[in-house]
Write a protein that binds this ligand. Structure first.
Ligand code: OAD
Length: 259
């Protein structure tokens, strides 16, 4: 792994020092070292299903019990995971820095939020969950929605959770393939990316749109793009600095110690 003395690291630190507004755009690689499997890596499979086969409205319509079984498994898995040094470095920078540092995450695991709330009860810095959260559930038919951390009984179709307002099936509060992102969330995120002096892209294969275009927005508006990943991605060509290696290695050095 390259050391902190590489030209890319030095350029990234300089850009961050000069920045007033920063966005951190994260994907599944951010949580890999917390033990949360990535989507496209070798461990990204569950009972031989790919996420693309289960995280869709048609999968839910065809077999809601199977989809809930997968989400219940993911909720339990993530509940046992803790924020890693990468999440903690981002949250620490959010709390101690006088810069505006906003997290735009594709992750539904809540680990950025947990790292931030572990450090500070009241911070004006925020986390936007572009693809929703494993720990929200909503109605498949009406606007009902709530935070929810309870185990889901997916042993039969009849045991699945139902909406208290209209009795339709409740579903995970996440964005599925083929569904649009919340318009307000999307507008806010593109604006934040456009206004950012620096966008730190962490652990994403940058294959899923429209989220993957956020760093392009920063670049198009003249901002500096830093990418941290184990391997190069479709975004690497536009990154002003590429830091190869795990996020838990680079983020503390980049955002807190500088060493
Ligand atoms: P992916 O699983 O597609 O990509 C994970 C990325 O993280 C890869 O580029 C890895 O090289 C990198 N990576 C793995 N471990 C890392 C580490 N320790 N440090 C740094 N990088 C690491 O996950 P996403 O890009 O997040 O969408 O996937 C995007 C979206 O596709 C997800 O939000 C989800 C998914 O299917 C929906 O569910 C709508």
């Amino acid at each position: 792994m390259d050391g902190p003395t590489t030209p890319d690291f030095a350029a990234a630190r300089r850009a961050l020092t000069d920045a007033t507004r920063v966005v951190v755009f994260s994907g599944a690689g951010m949580s890999a070292e917390s033990g949360v499997p990535t989507f496209r890596g070798p461990d990204g499979l569950w009972k031989n299903f790919r996420p693309e086969q289960l995280a869709t409205p048609s999968a839910f319509a065809a077999d809601a019990r199977l989809v809930w079984e997968w989400y219940d498994w993911r909720r339990r898995l993530v509940s046992e995971c803790a924020p890693n040094p990468g999440h903690i470095a981002v949250a620490t920078a959010q709390v101690v820095s006088d810069k505006q540092i906003h997290v735009l995450t594709q992750n539904v695991d809540g680990l950025h939020e947990r790292a931030l709330s572990d450090l500070s009860e009241a911070t004006k810095q925020g986390v936007t969950e572009l693809h929703g959260s494993l720990f929200r559930i909503r109605c498949s038919a009406c606007p009902y929605e709530r935070p929810d951390r309870q185990a889901i009984d997916a042993s039969s179709f009849d045991s699945l959770p139902r909406c208290p307002d209209c009795s339709a099936l409740l579903r995970p509060g996440v964005v599925w393939f083929g569904e649009a992102l919340d318009e307000k969330v999307l507008d806010f995120s593109f604006q934040a990316a456009a206004e950012a002096d620096v966008c730190v892209v962490v652990g994403t294969s940058a294959l899923v749109e429209p989220a993957a275009s956020l760093p392009r927005q920063t670049a198009a508006s003249g901002g500096f793009v830093i990418e941290i990943n184990l391997e190069r991605t479709p975004l690497s060509g536009l990154a002003d600095a590429f830091l190869p290696g795990p996020s838990s290695h680079w983020l503390p050095r980049l955002l807190t110690t500088g060493e």
